[in-house]
Write a protein that binds this ligand. Structure first.
Ligand code: FAD
Length: 402
């Protein structure tokens, strides 16, 4: 596996064709992973991935890279555990080093209610295949001695759930490895190709209109992250999705190694260390729905205050960069994957603030759905019609920062 992957990845660029078997709108992790799995698992390669800017330029290249399966409901635990395991094999499978590193995540409890919540999380996770244990303050101190267990005198740490298989991976490399894997098997990737409308015949999507003209396919998949409402409207569908900005930032290099990922629901932040030694900090979504990519001082100020409460060493570091992505938030915090009421049009959305970890399994499952025409069991609970049937999958474990 080579170190300077960005220089070595060679994608072949072709002129757009008129027809494909499958058109995937959006060259983020989910679009690329679906293309990769169509090619590698189903030998379907007459596939176009259409990206309006550059691949991985959306949320898949803007996230805080946390991979974990310690979710709150059985269906989600099983789904994300599959992804955790696929990530563990992905470097070997693609022969590309993605800086995947197992770190473990500590999810802090500062109140009796959160102690019960974290104990319940450990039980549900372990029962459905994602090992998680409840740990005491003494054990937390052994895993992460930097944590101030008094919580600055205001937020005492009473315990935590610990999910040892949690990991991080370099997001750009995940996108590029999947793109390369798909492309070398024949998948077409067209950057700077924006879908401006869907082509329909009756209740069937038959293709897309792009800034380079029309393209036709039997199946069109939307994988456009926070921009899904616009694409769905082109199909004539109204989705239960709101788009909210989410910000993150990194500090300069912290000279000591900080092993685990630390999260706190009460304090609404999580932190991990990048391979370069920077401390990477994430927080809650902006409350106001919008497509605004601007980052603001308010978030840095309030989030840093909270983070320092638990990790006082952070106050000695400087903030280097801050950025924003726009997230497709579903009302039950679970993804929406699969068929829609419009024939030939499938979606993968509702990835909100938690979809990076799902890139391998999301692509694997959507590829199977497209190839076989059947919804795989693992994603059946996440179908769009659950809202109509009153079978929502409310999952407060999908992010630590609701
Ligand atoms: C700050 C931040 C931190 C996060 N942290 C984590 C984390 O730690 N762990 C985790 O699991 N998840 C995290 N997430 C969420 C995760 O990044 C996303 O859920 C995931 O990347 C979504 O992938 P995607 O492929 O669906 O969308 P994207 O990566 O956003 O890709 C969609 C693509 O579609 C393109 N597009 C849009 N409209 C069109 C059009 N009309 N035509 C053609 N192309 C179009 C866009 O340009 C974009 O490249 C975070 C997100 C943010 C913003």
């Amino acid at each position: 596996m080579n170190e300077f992957m960005e220089k070595k990845v060679k994608l072949k660029w072709y002129e757009p064709k008129q027809t494909y078997d499958v058109i995937i709108i959006g060259g983020g992790g989910h679009g690329l992973s679906t293309a990769y799995h169509l090619a590698t698992r189903h030998d379907i390669t007459n596939v176009a991935v259409l990206e309006r800017k550059y691949i991985g330029g959306g949320n898949s290249g803007r996230n805080t890279t946390v991979i974990r399966a310690n979710y709150g409901i059985p269906e989600a635990v099983k789904f994300y555990q599959r992804s955790v395991e696929l990530y563990q094999r992905l470097e070997e499978e693609t022969d590309r080093w993605m800086m995947h590193k197992q770190k473990g995540i500590l999810w802090m409890a500062h109140t009796e209610a959160h102690v019960r919540q974290e104990k319940a999380r450990a039980e549900v996770n372990t029962a459905f295949g994602a090992k998680t244990i409840y740990v005491t303050p003494k054990e937390i101190n052994e895993i992460a001695p930097e944590v101030d267990l008094t919580g600055g005198g205001k937020w005492p740490v009473l315990g935590a759930s610990y999910h040892p298989e949690a990991a991080t991976a370099r997001h750009d490399r995940v996108n590029w490895a999947l793109a390369e894997g798909a492309n070398k098997r024949g998948v077409y990737i067209h950057q700077r190709t924006e879908v401006i409308d869907l082509l329909k015949e009756g209740n069937r999507v038959i293709g897309v209109m792009t800034n380079h003209g029309p393209m036709y396919a039997k199946t069109v998949m939307s994988a456009v992250g926070g921009h899904v409402t616009r694409i769905a409207r082109m199909a004539g569908i109204r989705l239960p999705i709101r788009t909210h900005p989410l910000q993150a930032y990194v500090t300069n290099h912290y000279e000591l190694e900080f092993d685990p990922i630390v999260a706190s629901t009460s304090l609404l932040f999580y932190v991990s260390q990048t391979a370069r030694g920077e401390m990477l900090i994430g927080a809650e979504i902006d409350r106001q729905p919008s497509y605004n990519y601007r980052a603001g001082h308010h978030l840095i100020q309030t989030c840093s205050f909270r983070a320092i409460t638990l990790l006082p060493f952070l106050r000695h570091l400087r903030i280097l960069r801050q950025w924003t992505g726009v997230c497709d938030m579903s009302p039950d915090y679970s993804p929406i994957m699969g068929f829609t009421p419009v024939e030939g049009f499938v979606i993968t959305t509702g990835w909100g603030t938690w979809g990076f970890k799902a890139i391998p399994v999301g692509g694997e499952q959507m590829a199977e759905l497209i190839a076989t025409g059947r919804t795989p069991d693992l994603i059946a609970p996440f179908a769009l019609d659950r809202f109509k049937k009153d079978r929502t999958k409310a999952d407060r474990g999908s992010a630590g920062t609701h």
